[in-house]
Write a protein that binds this ligand. Sequence first.
Ligand SMILES: Cc1cc2nc3c(=O)[nH]c(=O)nc-3n(C[C@H](O)[C@H](O)[C@H](O)COP(=O)(O)OP(=O)(O)OC[C@H]3O[C@@H](n4cnc5c(N)ncnc54)[C@H](O)[C@@H]3O)c2cc1C
Length: 236
Amino acid sequence: MARTAVPGRLSWRLATVEAIRDETATARTLTFDVPEWPGHLPGQHVDVRLTAEDGYSTQRSYSLASSCADGVRLTVQKVDDGEVSPYLASVLKVGDRVELRGPVGGWFVWRPTDTAPVLLVAGGSGIVPLMAMIRARNAASSRVPFRLIYSVRRPTDVIYADELRLPAGGLDVHYLFTRDGTGRRIGVADVNTHGWPADFEPDCFVCGPTGFVETVADILVALGHKPRKIKTERFG
Ligand SMILES: Cc1cc2nc3c(=O)[nH]c(=O)nc-3n(C[C@H](O)[C@H](O)[C@H](O)COP(=O)(O)OP(=O)(O)OC[C@H]3O[C@@H](n4cnc5c(N)ncnc54)[C@H](O)[C@@H]3O)c2cc1C
């Protein structure tokens, strides 16, 4: 059977950097102009492809940080010995172009029409897709109650700190700092105290490094949350 190229969602598009915002010393948000962007749901990601002058090409996945209304924004945390993230987080400048493909993913998404309470648990840059959900909630004036547990090394590593400080009715934020001298890693008591009781049947979204995500998912199951209500995204 003859195959034809399918235009649309999964084709590569040229994206131009429109604006750059430093979030922390090692993370920054890139706003892209992407012609004919089809729109996205909070929680989805894109693939970013970089191609060098000698033709060498490499790609990585990045979550969309924006609610659909805010266009295409990615927040990249620099991984020191990484191949791609130092370029995106330090070198790329306004006017530069990359290739983007997406949006990708249909499971790890929150829709403003959803009505169950929401628990968001972020480890490090795992906050990015969860922030898209918070922004979509705000944009839709949704009254669904959200709770966010956000684990980072130190207070200076908090991404979107200013925005998370703004009072938003129905959004509770709890921070855990793993390297501020207390060395607190997330445990059952944190999720039990700052999450929702399993009886409320919340939608739980957990995102971050693989070990963090697995620990939190195990805790949620141990606290009685149904596995189908626990949605996870691993950043590697
Ligand atoms: C669905 C999805 C969404 C993602 N969304 C985001 C996002 O919104 N923001 C973001 O900053 N990253 C995100 N990532 C991670 C991103 O795709 C890259 O893995 C990350 O930027 C590192 O790429 P690199 O080329 O710099 O490092 P690489 O050259 O691939 O790896 C270098 C070293 O760093 C380690 N490493 C790789 N990734 C990480 C990591 N995330 N944290 C710590 N160490 C790591 C590797 O094991 C290796 O030792 C996402 C990943 C997935 C799968």
